[in-house]
Design a binder for this molecule. Structure first.
Ligand code: ATP
Ligand code: MG
Length: 397
């Protein structure tokens, strides 16, 4: 059998655990993705051995989440997450189980998983355990909860958003009773931390069928429980014409802000608790998008933006306005730029101070910018003698 490397790499870990008399299986997303013939993200191993028993078996381990039963086993420079079978009891606040209980049977571990397609396991002979009809749902391309949907959403409301996320990533549909339960329970999502929501939202937005994901959010009322995410039917219709396939996660957040016509994008990004870096990237993309709607790229704009960011913004613009992107033109324009950044300038601020005999101040930066622009537009050579002459004329003005 020709198995994906993700499995063959992890197989010795599985075998070592079973050789010691415990059960061990591949579980969850990796089994689902294998059956769908999709690339496997990472392999999760579930075992009847307790975390301490797992640690005893391997010489190199890291306690990545020992309180939840997860130990990372290191082997040949790779890490494998091994999690003890667990059962989650009494959810009093619609979010996290109050207590994690380790159990010895695979069945109990699979029962607590969210969706049938995520609740399958495979042993070291690649024999499948499918107790809840996961294969059937994979064939029908359906997202269906394990057990009664409403109960499962009361236990952990995030599962509703995860459902929409998987619908987007796999281009599946929500099975009807799962969908109905979401409509009924959507308000429970208000209890879930924004950080957990954002992780799912990132995955939803990067999914192949992100529009289906967003439509589900809207249709179920989940979007009302997300920071400024209500979307009108008109906006959804507009989104239908938009192809985000080639876009990165930051471009997609920027696209969503533009398509949902969110006015204060920074406040929106803060509400979603994006990292400072992500906020800065998205903000810049939006700023460049608006500049691009006003004019085509020119050398000065490109110099100030940098080629990488310019191409990213161009691709965003092309996607939203559904026009072909001008990447090649940008690359050609970039090639022709006499200087690509300030360090290539033949003069610096100190030179300006010396030549002009003036006190330092904001004028130095402003003058450097003016010199850069003249060089880029071909009005001045990037040569210190020429620049000095120009600065002398300037100081006499
Ligand atoms: P991906 O490839 O995107 O990582 P995944 O299926 O591995 O997809 P994870 O979020 O990494 O998704 O979760 C791993 C597994 O843990 C899931 O397949 C599911 O069985 C289980 N799981 C994760 N979150 C929940 C939850 N909130 N409720 C129940 N089961 C969950
Ligand atoms: Mg995963």
């Amino acid at each position: 059998m020709n198995m994906p490397m993700a499995f063959t790499d992890a197989l010795p870990v599985l075998k070592k655990i079973t050789a010691a008399g415990f059960d061990a299986y591949f579980v969850g997303g990796c089994v689902r993705d294998y059956l769908l013939d999709r690339d496997i993200n990472d392999v999760d191993i579930a075992t009847s051995a307790t975390p301490l028993e797992v640690k005893d078996l391997f010489s190199h381990t890291v306690d990545v989440g020992i309180e939840h039963g997860t130990i990372m086993v290191l082997r040949n420079g790779k890490g494998f997450e091994v999690t003890t079978f667990r059962h989650e009891s009494s959810y009093s606040d619609f979010r996290r189980p109050d207590e994690v209980q380790f159990v010895r049977h695979l069945e109990d571990d699979l029962k607590r998983r969210d969706f049938t397609i995520n609740a399958m396991a495979m042993d070291s002979d690649y024999k499948l355990t499918d107790l809840f009809g996961g294969q059937h749902d994979l064939k029908k391309r359906l997202i269906r909860t394990v057990g009664k949907a409403e109960e499962r959403f009361y236990e952990d409301a995030l599962r509703m958003l995860r459902g929409a996320r998987f619908a987007s990533q796999l281009s599946f549909e929500l099975e009807d009773s799962t969908l109905q339960a979401m409509k009924k329970c959507s308000s429970l999502l208000q209890h879930v931390a924004i950080e957990r929501k954002r992780i799912e939202m990132d995955k939803l937005l990067t999914g192949i069928n992100w529009l289906r994901g967003i439509s589900y959010l809207s249709q179920t009322g989940i979007s009302e429980q997300l920071p400024r995410f209500s979307v009108t039917d008109q906006q959804i219709n507009r989104m239908k014409a938009i192809n985000l396939d080639a876009l990165t996660i930051q471009q997609r957040w920027a696209a969503i802000i533009l398509l949902m016509e969110i006015s204060n994008s920074l406040a929106f990004l803060k509400q979603w608790r994006h990292s400072a870096k992500r906020m800065q990237q998205v903000e810049q993309l939006i700023k460049l998008y608006w500049e691009r709607t006003k004019s085509m790229w020119n050398p000065v704009m490109l110099y100030e933006t940098g080629i990488q960011s310019a191409i990213e913004a161009e691709k965003l613009y092309a996607a939203i306005c559904h026009v072909p992107d001008n990447e090649q033109l940008l690359l050609d324009m970039w090639d022709l730029l006499v200087i690509k950044n300030r360090s290539e300038l033949q003069v610096n601020g100190n030179d300006l101070l010396q030549w002009s005999n003036r006190q330092g101040g904001p004028w130095v930066g402003e003058l450097l910018t003016e010199i850069e622009q003249m060089i880029i537009t071909g009005q001045l050579d990037n040569n210190s003698t020429e620049i000095k002459k120009w600065v002398n004329r300037w100081s006499q003005k």
